[in-house]
Design a binder for this molecule. Structure first.
Ligand SMILES: [Zn+2]
Length: 204
């Protein structure tokens, strides 16, 4: 296989990228000068060195030379400790954060559960979720918002996670979901701030 084809195949594994886009990316790189491509390779090689997962919400966060294992949101004690929002991906957390309405904490599952997934715990961060809820429950948590995509996979994930939360010993937190207004099939990453604000305000 030639190197253009290898590059195309690599880009095709990116989320949301089809064969034509993958090909355009590969040809785009061929038109760049060497320094552009060298910078890009360097950034790709180093991206994981400067980033780690927050030990509470599990989102990817820059290390910034700090010794804390928490991200800027989890280490912000002025946020509302009574509410925790569970999202599928880092990009969903960013969308909600940008809407500016929500002031509680988060947890990132790291994916969604396909229907009939035989090993849910390998697809999403169930163990980490359990221990965070137990920790937050001791610190005054009263509500968990399931902010998952408004499609079949998202709903299946929400049902599964709700079951996990209910199964926690002594758990009596209220579980809510984003309100109507998100049309079926919607991925949170693409929802505008106002719609998200409404969905959060009308959670049910
Ligand atoms: Zn965090």
């Amino acid at each position: 296989m030639d190197s253009i084809q290898k590059l195309v195949d690599t880009f095709r594994r990116f989320p949301g990228i089809g064969p034509r886009q993958a090909r355009r990316f590969a040809y785009f790189l061929l038109t760049r000068d060497d320094s552009y491509n060298a910078t890009l390779s360097k950034l790709i090689a180093e991206v994981k060195k400067d980033v780690r997962k927050c030990s509470d919400c599990q989102r990817f966060t820059s290390i910034n030379n700090s010794k804390s294992t928490l991200c800027d949101i989890c280490s912000d004690s002025s946020r509302d400790r009574t509410v925790l929002t569970i999202v599928g991906a880092d990009t969903d957390l960013e969308s909600i954060e940008k809407s500016g309405f929500y002031k509680g904490y988060y947890f990132v599952l790291g994916g969604n559960l396909p229907i009939l997934e035989p090993e849910p715990e390998k697809k999403i961060r169930v163990k980490e979720l359990r221990s965070l809820i137990e920790k937050k429950a001791k610190a005054g948590l009263t509500e968990i918002i399931l902010a998952l995509n408004a499609n079949t996979e998202g709903e299946h994930t929400a049902d599964y996670v709700a079951g996990v939360i209910r199964g926690l010993h002594g758990s009596n937190v209220k579980i809510t979901r984003l309100g109507r207004g998100l049309s079926t099939g919607t991925e949170l990453e693409y929802v505008d701030g106002d719609t998200l604000k409404n969905a959060l305000r009308h959670r049910e």
